[in-house]
Design a protein around this ligand. Structure first.
Ligand code: PLP
Ligand code: SF4
Length: 434
């Protein structure tokens, strides 16, 4: 299958789009000027249900929707475009709107960049003891863009890809100096947009470095949903699978962290065949997704998705809370509701699918999971715990926040039972100052 990209400048050529009322085509254009927009022929022809596109989760996942901007911001962009404003003005105004959308949540840029011999490694993040994230420079785009993307600033030209780095040698040296690190997670964008030849260089160097501490090589990717032909018909499909095999044969584990937001993404022949081929290399596939209003905020969607994943040999791993960035008002699900959805879905699957953890917020102090709600001496509270923490010692210790039906994120929460601070706050300030 030949890969065809569509974005803001040519999306009106998509036959299914050309049939939509002009106003709807225009709405896509208006919002697509602010939020990242890119799709492809697989998504259009095999994923989206055009007979019901208004409600179709795959359409909403890929095509900008009017409700994703605040009404005044939408009206502002609409006026500019209709009045024939020049490109520079439109871009400047779009950037002003983007600045209001919390482009860099959870201090990703400031706090997580490690140093090697006094030099900042800008293509790496090291937040939790065992795992480093690596942003290879050739993997900083995706086969299509999710409208909810939390890394959207790098796709809209706001960030000059400050992350991206291709100096694998420095990463290897860092791994040598940090024997506590067992996992490297290739991320992006989507590292699977990389040519197999380039990925092979990274992997071969990592394996040849013979790092005893390195156990798990992980790849975070949405390619199974957005372009499964990556593993079927692309020129270097077999070559990519051979690189996976190389990792497995070296005795390290290869964990493919697949992003699936809805069971519909599991239904095409192409994705099922791609899954079979990846699993045949000995790689494990684990799955994760945020919970998203208008896409998957229903228990049946999750329980069905987890069951179907298990049937295909995938391991459910994380349910995330949608991050406090971009179109969060459109996608956001309050923590209380997210927990209810999680619980209802979880009790509908067998233990084999209960490997999933969540709902979890990736926030400044760590990954915080909502265990549930409780009432103690008349005060209602959320029970929370760290799944990952900037300080590992915080992990697994239940703590409490005042119940708040509307809270969407950690920063909306207050300590419960008369406490002024959460137990980790003083420690956290110390860590962040370092
Ligand atoms: C989620 C995450 C990881 C990986 O955490 P696991 O629980 O091991 O999957 C690593 N680094 C960062 C910054 C993360 O957000
Ligand atoms: S696959 Fe990930 S990085 Fe790419 S657009 Fe979707 S959320 Fe963003």
């Amino acid at each position: 299958m030949k890969y065809q990209i569509f974005s803001l400048h040519n999306f009106r050529n998509i036959p299914q789009i050309a049939l939509l009322p002009e106003e709807e085509q225009f709405n896509i254009e208006v919002v697509g000027h602010v939020l990242p927009f890119k799709t492809n022929n697989y998504v259009i022809n095999e994923l989206i249900d055009w007979s019901d596109y208004h409600n179709d989760p795959m359409f909403i996942l890929n095509f900008p929707q009017k409700g994703m901007l605040q009404p005044e911001d939408f009206a502002h962009m609409e006026r500019l475009i209709k009045s024939g404003a020049d490109k520079i003005t439109i871009k400047k105004e779009a950037n002003k709107i983007r600045q209001k959308l919390n482009p860099h949540p959870a201090g990703q840029l400031e706090y997580n960049v490690p140093e090697l011999n006094g030099v900042r490694l800008t293509g790496v993040q090291h937040k939790y003891k065992e795992t480093i994230l690596f942003f290879p420079s050739q993997g900083q785009t995706c086969h299509a863009y999710c409208t909810f993307c939390f890394r959207w600033p790098q796709f809209t030209g706001m960030d000059e890809l400050k992350f991206a780095m291709n100096q694998i040698e420095y990463v290897i040296e860092y791994l040598r100096q940090h024997s506590e690190v067992t996992d490297i997670l290739f991320t992006g964008g989507d590292p699977m947009v990389m040519k197999a030849k380039i990925f092979d260089v990274y992997i071969t160097k990592l394996l040849e470095a013979d790092l005893p501490n390195l156990q798990n090589i992980r790849i975070g990717s949405k390619s199974l949903s957005f372009w499964p032909y990556r593993y079927l018909t692309d020129d270097d499909a077999d070559e990519m699978l051979a690189v996976f095999r190389k990792v497995v044969n070296s005795g390290k584990s290869l964990a493919f962290m697949a992003h699936f937001n809805h069971y519909r993404e599991l239904h095409t022949e192409a994705v099922q065949e791609a899954i079979r081929r990846i699993r045949a290399t000995g790689a494990q596939i684990r799955t994760q997704s945020p919970i998203l209003r208008n896409i998957n905020a229903e228990p049946e969607i999750w329980s069905t998705m987890w069951k179907e994943q298990v049937k295909l040999g995938l391991i459910p791993y994380y349910m995330f809370i949608a991050r406090d960035t971009g179109a969060q008002e459109y996608f956001g699900v309050p923590l209380a509701e997210a927990w209810e959805i999680f619980q209802k879905a979880y009790i509908n699957v067998s233990g084999i699918a209960r490997t999933v953890r969540g709902p979890s917020m990736s926030c400044t102090p760590g990954k915080v999971r909502i265990i549930g709600t409780t009432e103690i001496r008349g005060e209602k509270a959320f029970v929370l715990e760290f799944i990952q923490g900037r300080n590992n010692d915080w992990v697994c210790r239940p703590f409490f926040a005042k119940y708040d039906e509307e809270a969407l994120w950690m920063t909306d929460l207050q300590p419960a039972f008369g406490n002024e601070n959460f137990f980790f706050e003083e420690d956290l300030s110390g860590i962040l100052l370092k």
